[in-house]
Ligand binder design. Structure first.
Ligand SMILES: [Fe+2]
Length: 182
């Protein structure tokens, strides 16, 4: 008996450069309850670089308070240390520029490299690159920061990140961008 061949595609059909109307049984439900998605462009008005200590800044991109999830770009401006932290959730990161690593591991992330972190990991983020690095991060849950004696300092969760963004906007006369709130 020969195996049943399941039809599939090797790539999406891509012949029509147009908006195509597709079937949807629950269009009205989606219209009532669905979320429109979001877009944040490159301008500092859309989202500024908010200082994160002396040698780093964060460009906030998304806050999802229902899921304690948030997205941003962390910019370490020159070679230096960000600090020892423990994750209580999962982190997805892509290095955009420069390089970064953790003192605890033997790899170095450069542009395009992918990093996945899981709850319970404790590590110390550094950049040895003279121009630092930019890291896109999609974080779920809280991150706990510790000092060099291992003493707990503070929990950074979605509320901390929203406050970080809004405080800077208020102090600098930048309008709050609703697109950041999922
Ligand atoms: Fe981390």
């Amino acid at each position: 008996m020969s195996a049943v061949k399941i039809p599939g595609i090797s790539a999406p059909p891509s012949t029509a450069y147009k908006i195509v109307d597709v079937p949807e049984n629950y269009r009205d439900v989606i219209q009532r309850h669905g979320l429109p998605g979001t877009f944040v462009g490159p301008s500092l008005e859309e989202s500024p670089w908010v200082p994160f200590g002396e040698k780093a800044a964060i460009r906030h991109l998304a806050f999802d308070p229902r899921n304690n999830t948030f997205g941003n770009i962390l910019w370490i401006k020159k070679a230096g240390v960000i600090g020892t932290h423990k994750h209580r959730g999962t982190v997805v990161m892509v290095c955009l520029e420069g390089s970064a690593r953790y003192l605890e591991y033997d790899w170095v992330a450069g542009p395009g490299d992918f990093i996945y972190e899981t709850p319970g990991l404790v590590h110390t983020l550094v950049s040895d690159h003279p121009e630092g690095c930019k890291l896109f991060g999609w974080l779920h849950g809280a991150t706990e920061f510790y000092d060099e004696q291992g003493k707990f300092i503070e929990t950074l969760d979605v509320w901390w990140f929203i406050n970080h963004y809004e405080t800077y906007c208020r102090e600098n006369g930048i309008p709050i961008n609703k697109q950041l709130y999922l």
